[in-house]
Design a protein around this ligand. Sequence first.
Ligand code: URA
Length: 223
Amino acid sequence: MMEQPVEELLAAVEARAKQCVACPLAQTRTNVVFGEGNPRSPLVIVGEGPGEQEDATGRPFVGRAGALLDKALREAGMLRRHVYICNIVKCRACVVENGRARNRPPTQDEIQACYPWLDQQLSLIKPLVIVCLGAPAASTLIHKNFKIMQERGLWFSNRYAPAVIAALHPAYILRQAGEAYERAYRSLVDDLTAARERARELRRLQEQMQPLQPEGDDQLRLF
Ligand code: URA
């Protein structure tokens, strides 16, 4: 029997996620930001959660942090269409102050409530490399109490991928200035470059055992 393509399987999960009311963020969201990109990529990037622009558009990393991520990806030799991008939490977490909504980190309860979506996503994509952007993603996918400043750039593994690395979150980098900004940004480019190289190595090993199908995705020749 033919296996159902990963795109279709993910679309079915996304359709269910769009109806999710597992936590109170469902009441304030405009859109569920499920994730996007190439689900056949060996490299998946996982951020924290949607901000204002992402909530408004339903797409991950389309605000200022997203622009910085795009720039860093390009410096690391990749474009968005080469990777898959999602978040640990699919709906915007915010507080209303003086009539204005301000982003806040998702709570542990919200992260846990949303985890089944991430679990299904990563189980279907089966990446070779996961890049966690920021401490909440790293604490969810690598180990609890992850120390982003000490442990970013180091290799781990988890049930979803043989190689998992954490990098500084672009929103954190945007809050730095001068030398600190340059250092933080450089570390993001370095970690994305290391992730790309690792994905390429692992893809080679995988291909020796299981060559890409003739109709296989040309974009993946990058890795
Ligand atoms: N920050 C994130 O962690 N994810 C997004 O999608 C946008 C900003």
